[in-house]
Design a protein around this ligand. Structure first.
Ligand code: TNX
Length: 515
């Protein structure tokens, strides 16, 4: 545990000397939390979770009812105890109490305060999101301590005040190269919640597949969604997509849908001949190449198409963003590209959404509302910032989850780098691109491209454990980031990962604890 995490025992010793009820002293300061909380004070006593412990929420709070259910499920998974959830009109002095209290942090809605003492646990969030994050921290504290007698679990006492450094902490899943069912996406969302991430970017279209139903252009999915690289294709109906958005929203995760245009569009071009400059539809494509396709930027029908797609997508997307891709448009002339992105920006604004695009969009006349998604070129990110835009950081050499761990990894690619656990953890957002400062950065995102990946187990193997480190970079104060300390805490995530059935890469760099 780092020295900067001030752990005070005096109060705890006092409490213990008054009451010697607990047989096993527990220390909250020794729990291997990830992400590392901002402030932690151990008080040297403990709280017991038995079969009779209740989870309490105030009557009528729907957000908290779902969070209470999630906590109940987690407690059952880790302790075997099936706790009752009570809706109360005011909190008593016992049990695990969940509540929203905006005053705990006026500046940061995602903040929470977790207080564990002998009689009760209090998890207060500045909003529902904060309560959910506090619950995740509490679950990590529970699993760190064994039961002393059958069905009684000891949780170390203390206080945690916590809030994230960045308000945008995301992952991306490419469902275009290979398609993943709604249930897989829901599982992916569950895995993000455990580490306090709050954004899921879905890469919905690419050369190899169009995965979202657009009612005014039905062939996009009946033709464009009929194949994939390693499977039989597939797509989300708008009802499916709405179900994903709802599931994510209940867990305080924002869905960002991406329609990758004007390049990466072979599936759309194969579905509608009129979107091609030569009026001919190409064959569907199942290969690995990138950068060979483009919408016809000087046909008016192209903009009708973009307008319809953005309009339908905006209607079913709850969050503020639409991602328009814009990467690797190698067969679009630069002038045409700039013209296309400019018009697309107007369309996205017309439907009251914020345009996000890969770093190449900085070449266009983007305005200060746009967000440049840095992945490859620092100079593009800087150019975007000069135009007043903000930046999402996805440095491909650090956070690309499809990059192989080393030369023996049987999945993935290595064009950006081999990314072992140390390398994926050891970078700092503020040291990445010259001229980009804290106020220019929205947050960080870890993308998983799926050219070589087609099952949930494979997703998990590439994502875990690297994303756990990215979650800490996005959440914890920079002075808490330390590889030697982190790798030990990561090694202690084993029970959490295994009970949750996560198929992770057991890197030799990490001192994994024995099961
Ligand atoms: C680059 S990152 C791409 C994707 C590929 C990925 C494979 C980006 C904006 N474009 O189209 O899937 O590399 O690693």
């Amino acid at each position: 545990m780092k020295r900067s995490l001030l752990v005070v025992f005096v109060l705890g010793l006092l409490v213990m000397s008054i009451s010697c009820k607990k047989s096993v002293p527990a220390d909250l300061g020794k729990v291997s939390f990830i992400p590392q909380p901002v402030e932690l004070l151990a008080t040297g006593s403990s709280f017991e979770i038995s079969k009779n412990t209740s989870i309490n929420i105030l009557k009528g709070d729907e957000d908290l009812a779902l969070i209470a259910q999630l906590l109940k499920d987690e407690v059952k998974l880790f302790t075997g105890n099936d706790l009752v959830v009570n809706e109360v009109s005011s909190f008593g002095k016992n049990g695990i109490n969940l509540g929203v209290d905006a005053t705990i942090n006026e500046e940061n809605k995602e903040a929470y305060a977790l207080i564990i003492n002998e009689d009760q646990v209090k998890i207060s969030g500045a909003s529902g999101a904060g309560v959910l994050f506090g619950v995740q921290t509490f679950v990590q504290a529970i699993q760190a301590h064994k039961s002393t007698e059958k069905d009684v679990w000891i949780v170390a006492s203390g206080q945690i005040n916590d809030y994230p450094q960045y308000g945008f902490r995301g992952a991306m899943l490419d469902v275009a190269r290979n398609f993943f069912e709604v249930d897989d996406v829901k599982r992916f969302i569950d895995l993000l919640v455990y580490y306090k991430l709050n954004v899921l970017h879905l890469h919905l279209t690419d050369d190899q597949g169009w995965r979202i139903e657009i009612k005014s252009w039905p062939k996009l999915t009946t033709i464009g969604g009929s194949t994939s690289m390693l499977g039989d294709g597939g797509f989300y109906t708008q009802e499916d997509y709405k179900e994903i958005v709802k599931y994510a929203k209940e867990r305080f995760i924002t869905i960002i849908p991406e329609i990758d245009i004007p390049g990466h569009t072979n599936a759309a071009l194969a579905s509608y001949a009129e979107l091609n400059c030569n009026g001919k539809a190409p064959e569907l494509y199942k290969g690995m190449k990138v950068g060979f396709s483009t919408l016809c930027t000087d046909k008016e029908i192209t903009y009708q198409f973009v307008d319809d797609v953005v309009r339908e997508l905006a209607e079913i997307t709850d969050g503020p963003y639409i991602h328009i891709g814009g990467d690797e448009s190698h067969v679009t002339e630069l002038d045409d590209y700039v013209y296309f992105i400019n018009r697309t920006q107007d369309i996205v604004k017309k439907y009251n959404k914020i345009m996000v695009g890969w770093d190449e969009i900085a070449h266009a006349d983007i305005d200060s509302e746009a967000i440049v998604h840095y992945w490859a070129k620092g100079e593009n990110a800087s150019m975007g910032v000069e135009k007043g835009a903000k930046v999402i950081l996805s440095p491909s050499t650090k956070v690309y989850l499809d990059m192989q761990y080393d030369s023996l990894t049987h999945l993935g690619q290595h064009w950006a780098a081999y990314i072992e656990i140390d390398s994926s953890y050891m970078w700092k957002p503020l040291e990445l691109v010259e001229g980009i400062n804290r106020e220019n950065i929205v947050g960080i995102e870890s993308p998983l491209w799926t050219e070589t990946i087609s099952t949930m187990d494979e997703i998990e193997y590439m994502v875990f454990p690297r994303i756990i480190g990215h979650a800490e970079i996005g959440w914890s104060p920079v002075e808490h980031l330390n590889w030697d300390d982190y790798k030990v805490r990561l090694g202690k995530q084993v029970p959490l990962l295994e009970k949750r059935g996560v198929d992770y890469y057991a890197s030799k760099q990490v001192p994994w604890i024995k099961k």
